[in-house]
Design a protein around this ligand. Structure first.
Ligand SMILES: NC(=O)c1ccc[n+]([C@@H]2O[C@H](COP(=O)([O-])OP(=O)(O)OC[C@H]3O[C@@H](n4cnc5c(N)ncnc54)[C@H](O)[C@@H]3O)[C@@H](O)[C@H]2O)c1
Ligand SMILES: O=C(O)C1=N[C@H](C(=O)O)CCC1
Length: 252
């Protein structure tokens, strides 16, 4: 049996995970954490994880960026592995994640779906062929109107997969509105659309002379992320300190 704490248990993702866990006999929710709680969950809910006194094997986090500092402090203090899914972390917070991973196991992934994690691999081959041939690279993402961070963590992670192949020489550009010059070659542009209930669309566009190749991923429900997070929690239980990602879980 794996005992989990759901950090952000009353959010859209927290609730999706709880729904899926009803079918999981091997995972028990020991506690939840959320700043807002109406007392409807069948487990204790804490308003700040640092006050949680329930023991668990793994924390699954889908919360808000400002809550992540406390989460890291708690996981290090209690030596509990953490599946860290919240996006929009600052560069200071990303450093804290690395520091914390020296003390406890942390699996950080901006996107828990199988499709996006496989796409990250495919992009490396495409970039190695298309960038030297002069193709420009642009990333377009679309999400629901409630999303607070932009560009999405996934768009940035897809950009990082591409950038790694390019030796980190390409600059990320998020806004061209104040610019009056052509796009330089060594640039990756990010565009974010927000509206309605779009679950999560990502297009990585390689635009060349007279031809365009687009890699597209569409998430049709939040369950794809929740399934990946549950799989990751099972994987992370009992693992030694270190920084893991979904490729460790999927094995690709
Ligand atoms: N990695 C992935 O695959 C993936 C998938 C979907 C969403 N996300 C990310 O997960 C996060 C949550 O997404 P969501 O759609 O569920 O958002 P949401 O706004 O519906 O839920 C966030 C929850 O966190 C709670 N919260 C606020 N302060 C808190 C605190 N101090 N401690 C604990 N909980 C607190 C909120 O009350 C809310 O219930 C976002 O950053 C989103 O980008 C990641
Ligand atoms: O709904 C969200 O918010 C999502 N956030 C992640 C991101 O920022 O990439 C994953 C997709 C859904």
């Amino acid at each position: 049996m794996t005992n989990v704490i759901i950090h952000g248990c009353n959010g859209k993702m927290g609730q999706t995970i709880l729904e899926l866990l009803k079918e999981e006999e091997e995972i028990k929710v020991a506690a939840g954490v959320d700043a807002f709680d109406e007392g409807k969950n069948p487990f204790p809910v804490f308003s700040d994880i640092r006050t949680c006194d329930v023991s668990a094997d793994v924390v699954i986090d889908f919360s808000v960026a400002p809550a992540v500092d406390g989460l890291l402090q708690y996981c290090v203090r209690e030596h509990i592995p953490c599946v860290l899914c919240t996006t929009g972390l600052s560069s200071e917070q990303l450093k804290k994640v690395e520091e914390a991973s020296k003390e406890t196991a942390i699996l950080k992934s901006a996107n828990m779906s199988l499709g996006i994690n496989m796409l990250m691999k495919l992009l490396k081959d495409a970039t190695a062929i298309l960038a030297p041939a002069g193709f420009d690279i642009e990333i377009v993402e679309k999400h629901h109107k409630l999303k607070v961070d932009a560009p999405s963590g996934t768009a940035l992670a897809l950009g990082d997969s591409v950038s790694e192949v390019l030796g980190g020489e390409y600059e990320y550009v998020y806004d061209r509105s104040g610019r009056r010059k052509q796009r330089p070659k060594k640039e990756i542009g990010f565009s974010a659309v927000r509206g309605g209930t779009i679950v999560g669309d990502h297009d990585v566009i390689f635009a060349g002379a007279d031809e365009v190749i687009t890699f597209s991923h569409r998430a049709y429900s939040k369950a794809v992320f929740a399934k990946g997070a549950i799989q990751a929690a099972k994987f992370l239980k009992g693992r030694p300190a270190g920084l893991y990602d979904m490729s460790d879980v999927i094995g690709c």
